[in-house]
Ligand binder design. Structure first.
Ligand SMILES: C[S@@+](CC[C@H](N)C(=O)[O-])C[C@H]1O[C@@H](n2cnc3c(N)ncnc32)[C@H](O)[C@@H]1O
Length: 239
């Protein structure tokens, strides 16, 4: 497989073509499973609390978790010893993700909290708090081989930024801000390292990697999102 490329294919197909122990860092944001949120009692319409994404395809929790486990197991195979991983997830799934991380051979290290300063507001009739937190599970294949420690006040398991806005914002509903991606990539990889993202979305991992002099490889099933990735990488090259 070629590096510095995002393949428009299913990640399980792509991952199976990758060599063992070839990746320095995994940085990824898998599709969600929102069935639980849909079942919050006392709401007239689950759309009150759930934004539906076209890429949430799983019918049952078991099907979703089995898929994630297969992806994480492949990530373990392609990770070099000491490679780190970061995986975004919602608060309702973090304990399941941690179990998958450990079952597949990775070591769980920490949950990082991303506070969104401009979340979709809580509306009175929903009787729910606004969803202003996203979690990022940090894990590694054994002891991390790279740990570029910053000033102590930049090493908290908490980060606060707005969701993507302005020029950075593309038409992907769950685009992650570069301000969230970059600090963790800097800490857990070095220039020239290879970063894997099986779920590239709008390509935030690839853009962050290119900005930081890292290499990337990834997969994205949607052609529409692959076009956004190409556009973002072209903009970065100044073309
Ligand atoms: C949560 S989004 C990632 C957003 C990304 N972090 C960003 O900043 O734009 C998950 C992405 O995974 C893609 N996806 C879902 N299942 C996939 C699969 N089996 N293989 C490859 N891509 C998949 C979806 O199309 C979606 O764009």
């Amino acid at each position: 497989m070629t590096i510095n490329k995002v393949y428009n294919i299913d990640c399980l197909v792509g991952l199976k073509k990758m060599k063992d122990e070839s990746v320095d860092l995994i940085f990824t944001d898998p599709p969600y499973f929102q069935y639980r949120a849909k079942n919050v009692k006392g709401l007239k319409n689950h759309k009150d609390v759930v934004t539906e994404f076209e890429f949430d395809l799983y019918k049952t929790e078991e099907e979703y978790l089995a898929f994630l486990e297969e992806v994480v197991a492949e990530c373990f195979r392609v990770a070099k010893p000491g490679a780190a991983g970061y995986l975004f997830c919602g608060d309702d799934f973090v304990s399941y993700i941690n179990k998958i991380i450990e079952k597949t051979g990775f070591q769980f290290r920490k949950v990082i909290h991303w506070h969104k300063t401009n979340p979709f507001p809580a509306i009175y009739t929903r009787k729910m708090y606004s969803n202003s937190m996203e979690l990022i599970v940090h894990f590694s294949k054994g002891t991390p081989k790279t740990w570029n420690h910053k000033e102590v006040n930049k090493m908290h398991n908490f980060i606060e930024t707005p969701i993507c806005m302005g020029k950075e914002r593309k038409s992907h509903k769950t685009q992650k801000p570069l301000k969230v991606c970059i600090p963790f990539i800097e800490i857990s990889s070095n220039e020239g390292d290879l970063i894997l993202d099986p779920f590239m979305g709008s390509g935030s991992t690839a853009v962050a990697a290119q900005k930081l002099g890292r290499n990337y490889i990834g997969f994205e099933r949607s052609k529409e999102y692959c076009d956004i990735i190409k556009e973002r990488l072209r903009e970065l090259d100044g073309n």
